[in-house]
Ligand binder design. Structure first.
Ligand SMILES: [Zn+2]
Length: 56
């Protein structure tokens, strides 16, 4: 258990509609992250979550 890591998403991530797992490099779409909360990589146990930050 390596703890939590936070990554700020950029416009490029929006264009690709997903991110690469920081641990195994497998591309996982935002839809899959929201649906499963996990990396799609074979044998990778990384959990992935999306969080929206709203500021006033
Ligand atoms: Zn992974």
């Amino acid at each position: 258990m390596a703890g939590e890591q936070r990554v700020r998403l950029s416009e490029r991530d929006a264009m690709e509609m997903g991110i690469r797992c920081p641990n195994c490099g497998t591309y996982t779409s935002f839809g899959d992250i929201l649906a499963t909360g996990q990396c799609r990589g074979m044998g990778c146990v990384s959990g992935l979550e999306l969080e929206l930050v709203i500021s006033e």
